[in-house]
Structure formats: structure tokens, C-alpha cells
Design a protein around this ligand. Structure first.
Ligand SMILES: [Fe+2]
Length: 313
């Protein structure tokens, strides 16, 4: 169930550590966040789901806790379940059990709202990198969406990994926020401008028009008080605000993503393994299929946030 009962005061309290005018709340939050990286490990153990797609209360709590601490939780099917038998409907049931209900539909999702990511010969899909074996650059999902269509949670579930490649790199955007704010609060200020980054309008092969998306890179989610990020590393069909502060801020992000960064976590999903994430930064390396082994990953994107789901109800 979604808890929509936050008052304005409660929302302010939940997000005051992101207020650039307040140093103390930021320092407290920063310390707590960095403390959660236990023993220097970015990600804790993968959670065993005993009867996928049904999730126990304890498993839900573990997924939520890891998403809170690390922005992502990894899970895997119990060993007596066959990864190849999992359907897109199973993924929907799994997500629903977590309290995730409102799927983001776009023109390449299946009718049930789940995207089946594999190398496709479908003319509608093959011009989009997720449906090829090419690498995907750093991004958050739905960076081109409108404000009312924010992706707050995404799930990737691997039915079959590629013969080689297809690794994900992940970076919790809260950690990137810390890195950037520690470098200079002016970087954060530039990235929170509402006209910071624009994605132009687009017409798909079915003639559907997606209108221009203009907004900040970092923003506070008005329904949770959480920090959200809207970002793509792509160089074409993107317009950054034309001033020095924004260009320097965009360059600071690029450096953190492309240079050695101990907060970047690499992970190659195995068959029957998946991740639930607070739409943190991620990419995908190129991969190679062969006649026996073709990469197949289900992707579900939700407007719901795990942060607002109360499992007591
Ligand atoms: Fe993605």
C-alpha cells in the first residue's frame, strides 16, 4: 500500500539533508549513508527468494532494507526452481507482492507492461539499444519521461545470461550526490535547476509523439522526500543548459562515471537472478549470444517507490 499521508512538514524533515543551505543535516545523513557500506562492501548478499514469485514478509523487508542502504537489492530463485520457467507474469506478481503496482508503459513494452530484453529483429525494437547486443551507456530509466511519469523503482530479472558480456555497472545516485556535493555544493545547485537537462520531443515508428522532457538532474521526489536522479550520458539528442556552471557540473558527473570510482558496483546477472533498484545509475556492457545461449532479461519499471510501501498493511 502507498502511504500518501506525509505532511509538508514531514516531507521537509525527510529531505532537509538535501537542502544546500543546511550543512548539519547533510553531514548527519552523509555519515549514516556511508556507514551503511558495511566493511567497504557496496552490496550485501543476494537474497534467496524461497517461493518466487511470492515473497515472504522477511524477504520483502530485506529487499527494502538493501534498497534503502544501497539503492539496489539482488535476489535469486531458490535452487529447486527452474529459471527458464519464470514468465513475465511471475515478475508482475513478484513486484505486486512487493507493493509495486503502477507500471510504466512505452511503445516497446509487451501488453502486460514488462519489457522482454533480448536481441530483436522486430523493426519497432531493433533501433533501440536495449534490444540489441550493444553496450548501454550510463543512465537512469525514464530520463525522457514527464514529471508525472517518474520511474522510482525498476526490476531486472535474468532468465538467461549471454554467452559472454552483458554485465551491469551500478552507482547509487545518493553516493554520487555525496561525491559531487563534497567536491562543490555549486555542482549540486547547477544540477537541481529545473531547466538543467532537456531531451527533445520524439515521434516513434507508430507515430506516437513523446513531448520534450526538461528538468533537473537531481530533484527531491515530492511523494517521498527521497533524492531522485534523471540522467543520460548520451551526447546526441540532449541539451544541457547553456551556462558555465551546468557544463562544469555535467563534466563532474562524467568524470565520476568514467574514472576509477570505488562506489561503482559491477554485477553480471546469472540465470534466475534479479535486482530491484531505486532507479539508480546503471549501464550495460556489450554482449555476445550464441546459438544455444541467448541473453533474455525481463525489465519492469514502476512509478511506485519502495520507500512509501508499508508492509504492515
Ligand atoms: Fe536502464
Amino acid at each position: 500500500m502507498l502511504d500518501q499521508n506525509f505532511t509538508i512538514a514531514e516531507l521537509d524533515r525527510r529531505s532537509e539533508h538535501f537542502d544546500l543551505a543546511l550543512a548539519k543535516p547533510y553531514q548527519v545523513w552523509r555519515e549514516k549513508k556511508l556507514m551503511s557500506l558495511q566493511n567497504g562492501e557496496l552490496i550485501q548478499r543476494s537474497i534467496n527468494i524461497s517461493t518466487f514469485p511470492d515473497v515472504s514478509k522477511e524477504e520483502i523487508e530485506e529487499i527494502k532494507a538493501q534498497c534503502t542502504d544501497h539503492g539496489v537489492a539482488f535476489y535469486h530463485l531458490d535452487s529447486d526452481q527452474s529459471p527458464s520457467k519464470i514468465s513475465t507474469n511471475d515478475l508482475r506478481v513478484f513486484a505486486k507482492t512487493l507493493g509495486l503496482l503502477i507500471l510504466d508503459y512505452h511503445h516497446c513494452t509487451e501488453e502486460d507492461g514488462i519489457s522482454v530484453l533480448s536481441v530483436s529483429e522486430n523493426p519497432k525494437k531493433k533501433s533501440f539499444i536495449p534490444y540489441t547486443n550493444r553496450g548501454l551507456g550510463w543512465h537512469t530509466d525514464g530520463y525522457y519521461n514527464q514529471p508525472q511519469q517518474q520511474i522510482r523503482t525498476m526490476i531486472l530479472h535474468c532468465v538467461q545470461p549471454a554467452a559472454a558480456g552483458g554485465e551491469n555497472e551500478l552507482l547509487d545516485h545518493e553516493l554520487m550526490y555525496i561525491q559531487l556535493r563534497d567536491e562543490s555544493p555549486q555542482i549540486i545547485e547547477a544540477l537541481m535547476q529545473t531547466d538543467c537537462m532537456s531531451i527533445p520531443s520524439y515521434i516513434d515508428s507508430d507515430g506516437n509523439k513523446r513531448i520534450e522532457s526538461k528538468g533537473p538532474v537531481f530533484y527531491i521526489d515530492s511523494s517521498t522526500g527521497n533524492l531522485q536522479m534523471r540522467y543520460t550520458a548520451r551526447k546526441h539528442n540532449i541539451t544541457w543548459k547553456d551556462n558555465k556552471e551546468t557544463k562544469e557540473a555535467a563534466l563532474a558527473i562524467t568524470k565520476l562515471l568514467n574514472n576509477e570510482n570505488s562506489y561503482i558496483h559491477k554485477h553480471q546477472l546469472k540465470a534466475g537472478e534479479g535486482m530491484v533498484a531505486n532507479n539508480i545509475l546503471h549501464n550495460r556492457s556489450p554482449f555476445i549470444d550464441n546459438s544455444d545461449t541467448k541473453r533474455l532479461v525481463y525489465r519492469a519499471r514502476y512509478y511506485d517507490s519502495l520507500a512509501t510501501i508499508n508492509t504492515e498493511q
